[in-house]
Design a protein around this ligand. Structure first.
Ligand code: HEC
Ligand code: HEC
Ligand code: HEC
Ligand code: HEC
Length: 376
């Protein structure tokens, strides 16, 4: 062998070793649909265990009596939690300090001197967050069920949730033939380092663009959806899959991505999740843009926004389905006006979950069976 051959052989050996090391140990597969349809979700057991360990619930404050005068009467400037007892208000304050404030700042993170003052932006934002949390738990049961959320679901002890999303302006413009990237063709982490659009969220989780790329009839030319629309749809789908730590078959029978009747019920939950994220961003997050100081905003000056990953953080259900609401009834609501009426999911979608009477689903509607920590 001459030197060149040796180099090639060496290169190939290195490549083989690298490839063999891709996924170790072998992933565990969980069947999610009919046998033979390939509807399996793959898990890497050690990674799943590590994620599960990071998703344990924080210490719970001892309960407060709901009796006695209302916080709205006792205090000067309680606008959201006014229905709570004074003891319950104090308990929520302790909890949000633990969930959101930096350890060295404690109550001072939102209060300085006069507790009733709204001088700190953090307090103003926190008040909207209290409203948002109650809104989610009251009006979005179609998505969060009775599991619900607390500040901890998104914040995990940090001031800014690790997976809040900001609009990505993309790389600086270049000159020449690739000057117009068309919002894509950059290996962006949010779309799994593919060349799909690097901001796949704004069109769907802020604006209400159609998430479609398939035609509904076989007739040639009947599909009016553009390639661009397909790319944006796939970008969102990659983000959703990564946010939940699942692959496409968690929500689709890949024989027909668009067909509701052969999709698992999780797809309907996801449908509501898209509408919920969009509503939260428009109702709560965007109006906070100028409340936040400039250094807390994104590269285009936008506010951090809510997406699937903000709550899910890589788990098929946030905190692997553990609910904190039983321990924090103060945050369950229902003390805000209901969100504007939303059209229900498509009828055939709801039929798939048995939500529409008389149209029975062919699917087992039991939730995922692969809770980490239990044998798969
Ligand atoms: C993450 C921000 C945040 C932290 C941390 C926080 N608070 Fe608050 N606090 C608020 C908000 C927001 C309100 C107003 C709630 C409302 O309008 O319903 C409030 C209201 C209060 C009030 C009522 C004041 C009045 O007269 O109107 C008291 C008392 C209070 N907090 C005490 C505390 C204590 C004690 C701590 C620390 C254990 C604490 N807070 C930590 C955000 C915070
Ligand atoms: C967590 C559930 C979920 C996962 C995971 C998921 N999808 Fe989707 N997908 C949906 C929902 C919900 C819709 C419909 C959205 C709507 O109508 O608002 C959809 C729509 C689509 C469509 C459009 C179908 C049409 O009617 O034109 C395609 C294509 C698609 N998904 C592909 C994928 C691919 C590829 C993956 C994996 C990379 C994936 N999806 C992962 C839930 C999911
Ligand atoms: C659904 C997810 C979610 C929930 C639930 C949630 N937050 Fe937030 N929170 C966010 C996002 C997203 C931001 C924006 C981050 C940014 O742009 O700085 C934020 C920002 C904040 C900030 C400002 C941080 C900064 O300095 O930028 C405070 C304070 C805060 N939240 C408190 C709370 C409190 C208290 C609760 C519970 C009552 C709560 N949040 C519940 C998602 C959430
Ligand atoms: C405000 C927090 C929050 C956001 C944002 C959110 N989810 Fe969820 N999601 C939850 C909670 C809580 C549950 C658990 C509900 C339950 O126990 O049945 C859940 C459950 C689900 C499930 C059902 C899982 C199963 O196995 O039954 C799917 C699928 C899902 N979410 C997809 C999404 C997608 C896709 C998005 C983004 C478009 C999203 N979620 C955004 C909180 C959230």
């Amino acid at each position: 062998m001459n030197r060149q051959h040796t180099l090639i052989a060496l290169g190939m050996t290195v490549a083989l070793v690298c490839l063999a090391g891709c996924e170790k140990p072998r992933p565990v597969s969980v069947q999610r649909g009919f046998r033979g349809t390939g509807m399996e979700v793959l898990y890497n057991r050690p990674k799943l265990d590590a994620l599960y360990a990071k998703n344990q619930l924080p210490e719970v404050q001892s309960p407060a009596s709901p009796d006695g005068p209302r916080a709205g009467d006792v205090y000067q400037n309680v606008q959201v939690l006014k229905d709570l007892s004074a003891g319950e208000l104090a308990r929520v304050m302790l909890a949000i300090t633990q969930w959101v404030a930096p350890p060295d700042q404690s109550c001072n993170y939102c209060h300085q001197g006069d507790m009733a003052s709204d001088a700190l932006y953090t307090k103003v934002v926190a008040r909207r967050m209290l409203q948002m949390t109650r809104d989610i738990n009251t009006n979005w049961k179609s998505h969060v069920a009775n599991t619900g959320v607390t500040c901890y679901t998104c914040h995990h002890g940090q001031q800014v949730p690790a997976q809040a999303w900001f609009i990505d302006p993309g790389p600086p413009p270049v000159h020449g033939i690739v000057a117009d990237r068309g919002g894509k063709n950059v290996p962006a982490a949010i779309v799994g380092l593919s060349s799909l659009p690097f901001d796949p969220l704004s069109p769907f989780l802020l604006e209400a663009n159609d998430i479609r790329e398939q035609g509904t009839t076989a007739a040639a030319g009947s599909n009016r959806h553009s390639i661009k629309q397909a790319e944006w749809t796939y970008g969102l789908m990659v983000y959703m899959s990564n946010s939940l730590g699942v692959n496409c078959t968690y929500c689709h029978n890949t024989r027909a991505f668009g067909d509701w009747a052969s999709s698992p019920p999780t797809r309907v939950t996801a449908w509501y999740g898209i509408r919920m994220s969009r509503a939260l961003n428009n109702t709560y997050m965007l109006p906070l843009t100028h409340t936040l100081p400039a250094d807390q905003r994104g590269p285009t000056g936008d506010v951090g926004k809510v997406g699937c990953g903000t709550c899910h953080r890589g788990a098929y259900k946030p905190l692997f389905g553990q609910s904190m609401l039983a321990d924090y009834p103060e945050l369950a609501g229902p003390r805000v006006p209901p969100s504007p009426e939303m059209a229900p999911a498509p009828v055939d979608a709801r039929a798939a979950t048995g939500e529409v009477a008389g149209m029975k689903s062919v699917h087992d509607s039991s939730p995922a069976t692969m809770v980490a920590g239990k044998p798969l």
